[in-house]
Design a binder for this molecule. Structure first.
Ligand code: KG4
Ligand code: ZN
Length: 339
């Protein structure tokens, strides 16, 4: 049985649409929003307006690239939350109207669950391995940093999380302090390639258990640079590669230390995955590969196009809900915070 599902993602500043045939992606189209660049972060009102401009062309392109007609769609899956309410409303309203117009079911998807379920997207010949239940996932994005134990597609338990900033926020705020444009994570990653990760050290907080804290790191980075700039006003420019490499390796080390703890707390070593925008980070990907080689972990790293926000992950989550017959209704409302 073939099911064609349209996934729509609009939780933050990317408008994305994807078509999936069962668990194989046929198209995945994303329009970013440059409008936020000069503001150093996402401006919610501007994001909603840009989603309104982008959503129809993005969905139209996704349908064309998949080489299907809209009347062939079996269902429409949309991101219900968490995210920016105004942005979510654009995707939610469009999904509702389109499902009414086509008279097909509507499926609500949780953005964080979708990041994790992106690991179940199959390539065209379905030969790529997928994690075995139960597995552990480190979800690291701009808004969240958490350890999730996944027992089944929709049976997930958060076993640790940040008590303040997310890992992506730590990257973005460090970048902002250095005067780099938003989003800072990819830029730090790029500049870090040419830097020495051991050149500078920053204080790492000691948070018990499987929780994280990243706000102290931001402050330590800020004070370090404030003092250095007093002595050399060109300090950032002259050391930007080493600064980026050092802050990146500090964040990665914080994540990996807790990940090792989380793995050790499991009675049997589970498969381990990373998901979310920060899983695109080359330092984190390399650290996980090193752990695979040194500790024998069975690791899952998403392809880059499914790391940062995308609709393919919404479509695959929608597919699994479709199989369970879990449909949404026209009264579904978006939510801003994880629940
Ligand atoms: O999952 P995502 O696209 O959106 C949210 O759900 O938040 O994650 C966005 C976050 C941003 O903080 C961005 O700076 C970070 O992911 N990010 C990266 C990289 N690519 C995206 N951080 C570090 N290195 C990267 N290569
Ligand atoms: Zn995300």
């Amino acid at each position: 049985m073939q099911h064609l599902i349209l996934g729509i993602e609009s939780s933050c500043d990317d408008t994305s649409a994807a078509i999936i045939r069962n668990d194989v992606i046929l198209s995945n189209v994303t329009a970013g929003q440059d409008v936020h660049r000069s503001f150093g972060g996402v401006v919610p009102e501007l994001a909603s307006r840009a989603h309104q401009q982008n959503i129809i062309p993005v969905i139209d392109t996704a349908i064309q690239k998949a080489n299907i007609g809209k009347n062939q769609l079996s269902a429409i899956a949309f991101t219900q939350g968490p995210g920016l309410l105004g942005s979510l409303l654009v995707g939610t309203s469009f999904a509702k109207a389109f499902s009414l117009g086509l008279n097909i079911p509507l499926i609500e998807v949780d953005h964080l669950q979708a990041h994790i379920l992106s690991h179940f997207i199959r390539n065209a010949d379905r030969t790529n391995p997928v994690p075995a239940f139960p597995f552990l996932c480190l979800t690291v994005s701009g808004g969240h940093t958490q350890f999730v134990m996944i027992r089944d597609y929709f049976d997930m338990e958060t076993i640790g999380q940040t008590i303040d900033d997310a890992a992506g926020e730590a990257f973005d705020k460090a970048a902002k302090i250095m005067g780099l444009p938003y989003p800072g994570g990819p830029m730090i990653d790029k500049l870090a390639q040419l830097g020495d990760p051991k050149r500078f050290t920053f204080s790492k907080p000691n948070i018990p258990g499987l929780n994280f804290s990243f706000s102290g790191l931001k402050t330590s980075f800020l004070y370090f640079l404030r003092d250095a700039l007093k002595k050399d006003p060109e300090f950032i420019e002259n050391n930007k590669h080493d600064l980026c490499a050092s802050i990146q390796s500090t964040i990665v080390e914080m994540l990996m230390t807790k990940l090792a703890m989380a793995m050790e707390s499991c009675p049997v070593l589970p498969d381990v995955a990373i998901a979310g925008g920060v899983s695109a980070n080359s330092g984190l990907r390399k650290a996980l590969e090193d752990a695979r080689d040194q500790k024998g972990w069975n690791i899952f790293i998403p392809p880059l196009q499914y790391s940062t926000d995308n609709a393919a992950m919404i479509a695959v989550a929608g597919y699994f809900k479709f199989l369970k017959g879990e449909f949404s209704c026209q009264s579904a409302t978006p939510y801003a915070r994880a629940h």
